[in-house]
Write a protein of this length. Structure first.
Length: 242
């Protein structure tokens, strides 16, 4: 899975690039999963952005929508290659998302406590494809975040589930190798790519560091329980235009 980009429209504008340019550069640098996130956008505006991102990356990356099941459904209905959603604990139930999106879609869920994991374990197998686990470090991109887990806290969560876990929250280049060793199937990055003057180079450095770190004890997990098979978009091609 590797490096997972979560977009932030404010950070993407820091150097005058915008979300689409940052996403294109990141995918060119080797990112294979893009989560479109804009907490302040209207449904109509988020749909337009999601469709534009999906059309821009084509089959070179998997595109999912943060929180908004309605937007993901509308984008898919319109024919855009949107794989699914990533949901928080207060969003629509993952069972509803799976039922509406179908078995081939991607459904991710934020989980950062033993109670969250216990609830996931009670779900029908294949309901959730991936867990977003964090925050690893305190971060300004999510001011209402729960207490930071650190590497050890992340490792405990990752070891307690068979689902692939993506580390999120203040993740930078120096965190990639320790998190892979802690069992991360991927690392979700916001500021490290979105706020970079050269997001393509930043993405490439993150991807190279991930690849060099080698698999950790949970890094190569995949969900074989009947959920979506949307986590691997295309084989990495750092020379392909995006």
């Amino acid at each position: 899975m590797g490096v997972y980009l979560v977009t932030d429209p404010v950070l993407c504008d820091r150097h005058g690039l915008g979300v689409l340019a940052v996403v294109r550069a990141a995918v060119h640098g080797g990112v294979r999963i893009v989560q479109v996130r804009d907490k302040t956008a209207s449904a109509r505006d988020l749909l337009a952005l999601t469709a534009a991102v999906a059309d821009a990356v084509g089959d070179r990356a998997t595109v999912v929508v943060d929180d908004r099941l309605d937007v993901a459904l509308a984008a898919r209905h319109a024919g855009h290659a949107v794989a699914g959603v990533h949901l928080g604990q207060s969003d629509v139930p993952v069972t509803a998302a799976r039922a509406l999106l179908g078995a081939d879609a991607h459904v991710g869920l934020t989980a950062n406590t033993p109670e969250h994991l216990a609830a996931v374990e009670r779900l029908p197998r294949g309901t959730v494809d991936l867990l977003g686990v964090g925050v690893v470090h305190p971060t300004t991109t999510k001011p209402d975040h729960p207490p930071a887990l650190g590497y050890d806290g992340f490792a405990r969560i990752a070891a307690a589930t068979d689902l692939p876990c993506v580390a999120i929250g203040g993740v930078g280049l120096d965190d990639v190798a320790p998190l892979r060793a802690a069992g991360a199937a991927g690392v979700a990055v916001v500021s490290g790519i979105c706020a970079a003057a050269d997001p393509g180079a930043s993405a490439a450095a993150l991807v190279a560091t991930w690849d060099a770190a080698g698999p950790g004890h949970g890094a190569d997990r995949t969900d074989d329980g009947g959920g979506g098979a949307c986590l691997q978009a295309g084989a990495p091609d750092h020379g392909a235009d995006a």
